[in-house]
Design a protein around this ligand. Sequence first.
Ligand code: ATP
Length: 460
Amino acid sequence: MTRTLIKTALASEQPFTELLIKGWVRTRRDSKNFSFLELNDGSCLANLQVIAQDDLTDYPVIQQASTGAAVAITGELVESPGKGQRWELHARSIELLGSSSEDYPLQKKRHSDEFLRTIAHLRPRTNKYGAMFRLRSRLALAIHDFFRSREFHYLHTPIITGSDCEGAGEMFQVTTLDLTNPPLVKGEPDFSQDFFGKQASLTVSGQLCGETFAMGMGNIYTFGPTFRSENSNTSRHMAEFWMVEPEMAFADLDENMQLGEELIRYLVKFVLNDCTEDLALFANFVDKELMARLQNIANKAFLRVTYTEAVEILTASGQSFEFPVVWGNDLQSEHERFLTEQHFKQPVILYDYPTDIKAFYMRQNDDGKTVAAMDVLVPGIGEIIGGSQREERLDRLTQRMAEMNLDEADYWWYLDTRRYGGAPHAGFGLGFERLLMLLTGVTNIRDVMPFPRTPKNLEF
Ligand code: ATP
C-alpha cells in the first residue's frame, strides 16, 4: 500500500477504510484501553491523531513508540468527535520503524530558539521550524514563478570565482595548496601551483557574470548561495546566505525600483494567500503585528526618497543615533530602521547615493556626486534589497575604475560588454533570508536558515 501524507489525509473529503501513514511520534498518551498518538510527517503543521485499542495484536509495539520514534500505521480514517480536527486514524497495524531513546531532546514543552540552534539537525521536527522551512521551500518556488511569468531566464553563475571584483565584501579563499607548507615565491604563496593556477574564492555575488548574460539574453536572474567572510556577528548577517539577483537589459533605475517593489509585494501576497496555516503560527506565536505589517506591504505602494532627502529627514528628526548622520557616509541599520519603522512606517526605497560609498559599476548621475543606486528598506529589517543602474558608458566606467585603483586587465571580459553593444541595464540583490525574516517576524537570521554559518560556528 502506498503511503498517504498526513496533509492529504487531513484534507480528505471522505472517510477511508484503509490508509497507510508514516511519521514521527510527537506525543503518546495511554489510557486504560487505548493509546493516543499525535503523529507528524512534516507535510503540514497539523498532527494526525491516531487511536490504538488494546485488543490489537500490535498493541505492545505502540508501547515502544515513545516521543520521537518513527512509525508506520495502517488504519481507518474516520471523522473525529474531538475538537479542532476533522479526521482521526483508528489503527489496525503498527510497525515501529525506528525507536527513540529516552534522551530525545524535543520533549513536549516550548524550547528556546537558542537551544534549538544547538540541535539544528532536529529543529525540523518542531512546529515552528517545520513551518519555517516549508515556507522557505514554497517561497523559493514562488520566486521562480514570479520571474518565469515575466520571461526572465534563470541563470546559474559560478560559486567559485577567480575575480575579487564584485567589491561586495570580504571573500573566502578556495585553495588546494598545503597550508602547512605552501610553495612560495618571494615569500608569498605561489598560486600558479594552486588548483586553478591562480587565486580563487567563493563568490560574494553573481552580478558581474549576470550582467554579461543580460547583455545577450535580455532579462535574467540568479538565485543561489553567496559567501562573505566579514566578521559581522549580527542578527542580519551570515557567512553563507542566498541571494536573488535579477538583471534587466535596457532598463533604468526607475524600472529597477519597480521590479524590486513588485517582487516583494508579490511574495508577501503569496504567503498571505498560499501559506495560511504555517503563516498563522508566526502571527500567533512569534509576532503579533505580523499580519498588519504584511497587509500594509501588500496593499500600499512603496515610497521613493533620495538619499539626500533621507539625510535631511534624519538630521531634522532630533533622534540621537549611535552613528552620526553626515551626507556622504553610509546609512547604518539604526538610520534605515528609523526611516522605515518610525518616520514612514512603511517600506521605502532610497536612491541616488553618494558615489564614494558605492561600487565602481554603478551609473554616475549628472550631478557628479551621486550614482543611480537604490536600497529597499522594510520595517523590522532595514535593507532587504541593494541594487543600481549599471554604468554602461565605457569611458565613465574605466575612469571610475582608475579612481578606485582597479586594474582594467582584471575586468577585460566585463568591459567587453561595454565595448560590444553596451546598453543601459539595471539589477539588484535581494537577500532571501532577510525576506524570510520579513515574512515571518523572526528576528534572528540564524533561525531562517537550515544550517546557519556564522563566525566561529560550523557545526553540522
Ligand atoms: P548590509 O549593508 O546589510 O551588510 P550589503 O550592502 O553588504 O548589506 P548587498 O551587497 O547590497 O548588501 O547585498 C544585497 C542583499 O543581500 C542585501 O540587501 C541583503 O538583503 C543581503 N545580504 C547582504 N549581506 C548579507 C549577509 N551577510 N547575510 C545575509 N544577507 C545578506
